[in-house]
Write a protein of this length. Sequence first.
Length: 189
Amino acid sequence: MAHPELVTQLNYQKAYRENRLKAAQWVLDHPHTFPQLLTICFEDPTELSYKAAWAFEFVFLEDPTILYPHFEYFFGKLPSVKMDQVLRSMAHVCEILCIQYYKKQEPLIKEHFRREYKNTLTECAFDWLITDQKVACQVRAMTCLYHLGTEFHWIHPELSEILQANIHTGSAGYKSRAKKTLQQIAKHR
């Protein structure tokens, strides 16, 4: 059962940034409620789930390490996310995780981001890229797959093929990120 004050914090009427930040700050001030926040993100079928996801995204941006002990739950539930508003936040968190792990090589994430989680993220990111998703989710998937492909060499050829096939019909944002990703892959070879 979710902490009643957490639910109150998430039940704001307008999705203004200040409301989302306020809810996130409350969770940061009460870190014992973070697992409940995650549960609401993934398991609540109502609009509370995307409000929780928005707060979760801000909590993560402020303190990424708060998620690390919950990777098993996070990556276990990630493939089941279908709601656009939740998926956008989760894709952003995944993109940042990949940047922290591969580009910035932050030591704390190295201890927690195990191969099984990378495999799950790879599957999810390819799904986000080839299914009918919003462009924000797709461009974050490209970044995740580029970084994962620096470790798992089969990913770059698959990613390149998908991007080359879809770049001409994608939105401006899709085209821009796809072009950048293809350039990064070419440099990495």
